[in-house]
Design a protein around this ligand. Structure first.
Ligand SMILES: O=C(O)CCC(=O)C(=O)O
Ligand SMILES: [Fe+2]
Length: 276
């Protein structure tokens, strides 16, 4: 990379608003790759919640359970995985909402902490868990745990532009984003699992280049800027999920664990819908 101008903006919320009065549009326009809020959530609570997930059997090492193939462990409801069956999707989402009512007892609610930060970054909008006109809700957030060998190749997330799930309310918005709260990072020596963001919003021409094998050559050829986001437990970052991004596969025995949301907004819409 020859340029280092496209770098994550690390600051407090008031500083972000001071420099970027409309932070979400700044992300959507590619002015900054990400906003990083260091130590937004208590690191001690991150550790405690990780312990609780193991104790309750919600989290386990996929290398030691079942047929031993590496896979990502999710706690929560993924729209992408469940949307095909609307009834099951909303039932699964309701279960997640119920689970999250007590899962964080004794600690700060990490889901709330992300929603609160988002509400402050978009003071003129109402931030709410996504819902259908009949009131049925989506999953509010999801824990994603990446063990050894697991990552997420170059991709972009857009329900409106990629998934094209026009039968769901969340497809009505113009821009889609993600926020990620780090609960645990993979071993430092390995230096893996730290996400890359590319200054590369979706366009049809990139489709054929979107693989771990092909994308680096495309990035070099097109001179696309990229930024890496390094996270410690408790750090929260926001980015435009319509930009290509990836999580390099984890090396080493310590899994990377995050709490993730997607959210979407339009300039002329008073609401921001959040889901996972
Ligand atoms: O965990 C991250 O930092 C990004 C994850 C991601 O791209 C996704 O869940 O779609
Ligand atoms: Fe993603």
């Amino acid at each position: 990379m020859t340029t280092s101008t496209w770098t994550p903006f690390e600051a407090t919320i008031p500083e972000i608003l001071d420099q970027h009065p409309e932070p979400l549009l700044a992300l959507a326009h590619g002015e900054v790759p990400a906003f990083v809020l260091r130590q937004h959530y208590k690191a001690t609570h991150c550790r405690a919640l990780m312990r609780r997930f193991y104790e309750r059997g919600l989290l386990y090492d996929p290398h030691q359970v079942g047929n031993g193939t590496a896979r990502r462990i999710d706690i929560g409801t993924s729209f992408g995985a469940h949307r095909a069956d609307r009834k099951k999707f909303h039932a699964h989402s309701a279960e997640t909402l119920k689970l999250f009512e007590t899962l964080f007892d004794g600690y700060d609610d990490p889901v709330r902490s992300i929603y609160d930060a988002l509400a402050k970054l978009a003071p003129d909008k109402e931030v709410k868990t996504a819902r259908e006109p009949d009131g049925r809700l989506y999953g509010p957030a999801i824990f994603r745990v990446y063990h050894r060998e697991i990552g997420h190749g170059p991709h972009y997330d857009s329900v409106a532009k990629r998934t094209q799930a026009f039968d769901y309310q969340i497809s009505r918005f113009t821009h889609q984003f993600a926020a990620i709260l780090c609960l645990q990072n993979s071993t430092k020596e390995a230096g893996t699992g730290e996400p890359y963001l590319y200054n590369c919003p979706y366009r049809p021409a990139i489709q054929e280049h979107l693989s771990r094998e092909k994308f680096p050559a495309y990035v070099a050829e097109q001179g696309i800027e990229r930024a890496q986001v390094q996270l410690e437990p408790g750090d929260l970052y926001f980015f435009f999920s319509e930009n290509v991004h990836e999580v390099p596969a984890i090396i080493g025995d310590q899994p990377r664990a995050v709490l993730a949301i997607f959210f979407a907004m339009s300039s002329d819409d008073d609401e921001i819908y959040v889901w996972a």
